[in-house]
Design a protein around this ligand. Structure first.
Ligand SMILES: C[S@@+](CC[C@H](N)C(=O)[O-])C[C@H]1O[C@@H](n2cnc3c(N)ncnc32)[C@H](O)[C@@H]1O
Length: 275
């Protein structure tokens, strides 16, 4: 089967592969190809040179959160909504069951290609189920429910990474309501978004211009959310929040002099289900 996936879908993997110790993603390089450097360089020039490292930091935050959960929970179900080409399951212990959800062409391509990587010995064997579904609609959500029904007693951790920017607020609420519906007390949601304050910065204006002019992506809502949005999600408490800039400075890969308004700073959130 010949499936075409646009190069832009692999750019984040390219970023992670440039700094695999910092991103903690040793498998991102499997998606690398020369043409991705052109995109990355163009983005660095037109929008921000820091985005490569900041994307590594976001992988690092979620990698560390997932590793900790995997060591403290015996039966862990990891559900990645809008998984793209991220590779978390292969760095997690083989006891973890992973479910990845994204649009059909992404999931089909990822399924076929990871099978080849496995056969070539480039990936460790893991239990990964892939679902082609729109996470914002009832039909897609039903598909996910059916797939996870056999894991009723597992601790469920849901990751939504790099997706909220592309959904309007109503769709985001629909997705979070769905999370609440399938999760139980003590389960977790990991997610990330830009804070509203980012909206006014020059770098964010360049980002919007890049999407609309260079990528010809005209229907993007460019959603930013205030921190208080995460403090008020029904049924959840905000356990932890950390920005990619703060993590970059902490790990010494971003200079301490860099100011938030100069960069595309995303905030990572860990939400804990309280009932
Ligand atoms: C910027 S990529 C991020 C991919 C991955 N989470 C990561 O951080 O590497 C956004 C992903 O979300 C997926 N996506 C966006 N809207 C979606 C929806 N309504 N249903 C399913 N997947 C969606 C896209 O297809 C894409 O793979």
């Amino acid at each position: 089967m010949n499936i075409e996936v646009h190069d832009t879908a692999f750019v984040i993997a390219y970023y992670r592969a440039q700094h695999e110790i910092l991103s903690q993603d040793p498998y991102a390089k499997l998606w690398s190809k020369d043409s991705l450097k052109i995109f990355a360089d163009e983005f660095a020039t037109q929008v921000s040179v820091y985005d490569e490292m900041l994307h590594c930091m976001r992988n690092r935050y979620f990698h560390d959160e997932l590793q900790e959960l995997a060591t403290t929970h015996k039966d862990l179900l990891f559900i990645n909504l809008g998984a793209g080409f991220s590779m978390y399951p292969y760095s997690l212990p083989d006891s973890v069951i992973s479910v990845e959800v994204d649009f059909k062409e992404i999931m089909l391509y990822k399924d076929i290609t990871t099978d080849t990587f496995l056969k070539e010995g480039k990936l460790p064997k893991r239990k990964v189920k892939r679902i082609a579904a729109d996470i914002t609609n009832a039909e897609g959500q039903q598909k996910i429910k059916e797939t996870i029904s056999e894991f009723e007693n597992y601790t469920k951790v849901i990751l939504i990474e790099g997706v909220f920017f592309f959904l309007n607020k109503r769709a985001i609420e629909t997705v979070l309501n769905f999370c609440a519906d399938i999760q139980s007390k003590d389960d977790l949601v990991l997610c990330i978004s830009f804070d509203e304050s980012q909206n006014e910065t020059k770098v964010f204006k360049r980002l919007k211009q890049y999407f609309s002019e260079t990528l010809q992506s005209h229907e993007n809502p460019y959603t930013c959310l205030p921190h208080k949005f995460y403090e008020n999600i029904e049924g959840y408490s905000l356990k932890k929040k950390y920005s990619t800039l703060a993590l970059g400075k902490q790990l010494g890969c971003i200079e301490t002099s860099v100011k938030e308004e100069e960069i595309l700073n995303e905030h990572c959130y860990t939400l804990f289900k309280i009932r």
